[in-house]
Design a protein around this ligand. Sequence first.
Ligand code: SAM
Length: 177
Amino acid sequence: MPKVFLLTLLGCAAAAAQTGDAEKLAPYYPTPETIVEKMLQLGGLKAGEKVYDLGSGDGRIVIMAAQKFHADAVGVELDKDLWKLSTDKIRKLHLEKNARIVNGDLLKQNYSSADLITVYLLPGFIDKVQPMLDEQLKKGARVVAHDFEFKNWTPEKVENIADDGEGRSHTLYLYRK
Ligand SMILES: C[S@@+](CC[C@H](N)C(=O)[O-])C[C@H]1O[C@@H](n2cnc3c(N)ncnc32)[C@H](O)[C@@H]1O
């Protein structure tokens, strides 16, 4: 799907949506599993490292990080139904020891222990995340952004995937503090 179209679609769906006090920074639009793996590989995720997915949807990034990369994975998800769905998936897979989902606003968490952060949020909204990460992330922490970049940061690496197998192209950005 062309990115311009996707952006319009996502923008319309997210427009001014609020949940309680929290602002919805993107609608639910999952990253394909093949791209999830590329994001975690690009982020150099190692066993035992702490990874946070900001706006974790159905938990697929958290689950792959725990199951395949043996990381200590945390998702933050505002939507109660997605939180429940992902938490149930984690329980069924017996991954509770190193995977969990926080039901809350991603702008109100503390990421100072993170080795890796993953994000798939809309431009404009992603700008709200940047000052918080600038303040909280430890030196050497990595951030991988899917499709929409952090305007004020310079990526260490950009990976373009022309076709994910379903005709969709993706761009991944790696940043390091
Ligand atoms: C584009 S989806 C990405 C889902 C998942 N990270 C992935 O890549 O498959 C964005 C997710 O962020 C969640 N979200 C949006 N605003 C949020 C906020 N303020 N706090 C926590 N989650 C939020 C949405 O509910 C949605 O599930």
